[in-house]
Design a protein around this ligand. Structure first.
Ligand code: SF4
Length: 478
């Protein structure tokens, strides 16, 4: 399981906001990809309403996982592939390790996969003496740097060309350059050798299809195709929700996935994989394994309020428009999934209380829903999580996050419904505020339970005469 560092959200966010390089990188991504994706949806032959069709496709699949997953598994087994249903991260990594040991694997190559980040696969393999080589350029960079991805599809967006140049000089021993083609060539040369020597290739799975019994992977670098065809063993990992019923569903979803992810009509490489190499095929692996991971998804599936979170196809479009992500970046979220989808899925997977800052930190502006290629109502689920944090929830083992805050809001609710009490409270506020510290006429600090209000802003003092009194006086005069 990936290390969970969600409790450092606030500290990480403060650090990220103060980092000018990161701020520049984030605004570049958001200014470029956010509007470009919206434009791409407009240009679809079916128009942006295709997103609603995609929503229905995902809804149907998620509602029928109990039928689709066994069908998928059976078709893969019929072609000689092996399918393993992993209840949790430990079971998934243990299965991978067992296969690696049985086949005396010393080195693996790996395509980008968020689900393997979630289960902490690299760490487990490396702790057991197996060399892991990330082959997606962004993942390769952060692996060299010893960091985790900061974006679902662009894991190294927080790194500048200069930083990557210095990193490559230090780790690969090449002369310093910050020229992207030179750096890409260097990575390519180092990785080519790994592809040829690796005993096992690991990949994720963008989507699987029950009708045909295959998984589909998409990439823009061709590295996944090499990871899944050159080594003698290919093991793919998928979250249990990533299946659809029919092949024609893939057409809709992949057109939207590429647009949502990178404002592209289609990714450069799309591979359909349904088992190991057949005797008449010259290339391909001798063994094909598919690990289907639960790791908390069944629990989400069982709750009608959050089931929709499983419709996600991990395109990252919601990150590219989210004002919170655009300021604090992916590392602040403390888990592989970041942005609005991370703020929903991470608390559900790792604990609502523990990851509460993630959904409390999202602004509920609604941009993520509009950008999502499968029209997931993330704001609704963010609000539902907030309600659980406010009121507690036995089923999800949530204790009230801040009972004091709830008490204060109850008092406020009484005040606001009683005119006389409210006026009295306002008068008391006007009287007591003269002892509060000020900066340029603004109140800069309110003590006790209210101190959060002035933690990052100064507020205007209450007016001596409020609007209603002014209005009354004016009407009396006229
Ligand atoms: S919630 Fe929607 S926009 Fe966000 S990653 Fe998932 S599919 Fe993409």
């Amino acid at each position: 399981m990936a290390e969970i560092k969600t409790e450092y959200y606030k500290q990480n966010a403060v650090k990220a906001i103060g980092d000018p390089i990161l701020q520049n990188a984030l605004s570049n991504v958001q200014n470029r990809l956010g509007p470009a994706t919206a434009l791409c949806y407009q240009k679809l032959a079916e128009g942006p309403d295709l997103r609603l069709k995609a929503h229905k496709i995902r809804e149907f699949a998620v509602n029928n996982l109990d039928i689709l997953l066994p069908v998928l598994a059976q078709k893969i087994r019929d072609r000689g592939g092996k399918v393993f249903f992993a209840r949790n991260a430990e079971a998934a990594t243990a299965y991978c390790l067992e296969v690696a040991r049985e086949n005396r694997i010393k080195m693996v190559v790996k395509g980008k996969s968020m689900v393997t980040e979630e289960i902490g696969l690299n760490q487990v393999l490396e702790a057991n003496g197996i060399e892991v080589n990330e082959t997606d350029l962004g993942e390769y960079i952060i692996q060299l740097a010893g960091e985790s991805p900061s974006h679902i599809i662009a894991p190294a967006i927080h790194k500048t060309r200069k930083e990557i140049g210095r990193l490559f000089t230090e780790k690969l021993g090449i002369p310093y350059s910050e020229d992207p083609p030179v750096l890409t060539q260097a990575a390519r040369k180092f990785l080519r050798e790994k592809f040829l020597k690796a005993g096992m290739g690991l990949s994720g799975c963008n989507m699987a299809c029950a009708e045909t019994g295959h998984i589909t992977t998409v990439s823009n670098e061709g590295n996944i195709r090499m990871s899944t065809t050159l080594p003698k063993i290919h093991m793919a990992f998928m979250g249990m929700e990533r299946v659809t019923a029919r092949l024609e569903d893939h057409d809709v979803l992949f057109r939207l996935l590429s647009r949502g992810a990178a404002a592209q009509n289609m990714a450069g490489y799309v591979s359909y994989i349904g088992g190991p190499r057949t005797p008449d095929q010259l290339d391909g692996p001798d063994q094909f394994h598919l690990v289907i991971l639960d790791n908390g998804r069944s629990r989400i599936l069982a709750d009608p309020e959050f089931r929709e979170a499983l419709f996600c196809i991990r395109c990252a479009a919601c990150l590219n428009v989210c004002p919170a992500y655009g300021k604090i970046g992916g590392h602040s979220y403390g888990y592989p999934y970041s942005g609005p989808i991370g703020a929903v899925i991470t608390p559900l997977l790792t604990g609502i209380n523990r990851a509460k800052d993630l959904f409390l930190g999202e602004p509920l502006c609604g941009a993520c829903k509009k950008a999502c290629p499968v029209d997931i109502d993330l704001p609704r689920m963010l609000l539902a999580l907030r309600a659980k944090a406010a009121y507690g929830d036995h089923q999800w083992a949530v204790t009230r996050v801040n009972p004091r805050e709830k008490f204060l809001f109850e008092i406020f609710s009484i005040l606001i419904r009683n005119r006389k009490l409210y006026d009295l409270a306002m008068k008391a506020g006007v009287f007591f505020q003269k002892w509060l510290p000020r900066k340029q006429g603004m109140i800069s600090h309110i003590p006790f339970v209210f101190k959060g209000w002035t933690q990052s802003r100064d507020i205007k003092p209450l007016a001596r005469t409020n609007f209603l009194t002014l209005w009354k006086n004016r009407n009396q005069k006229s």
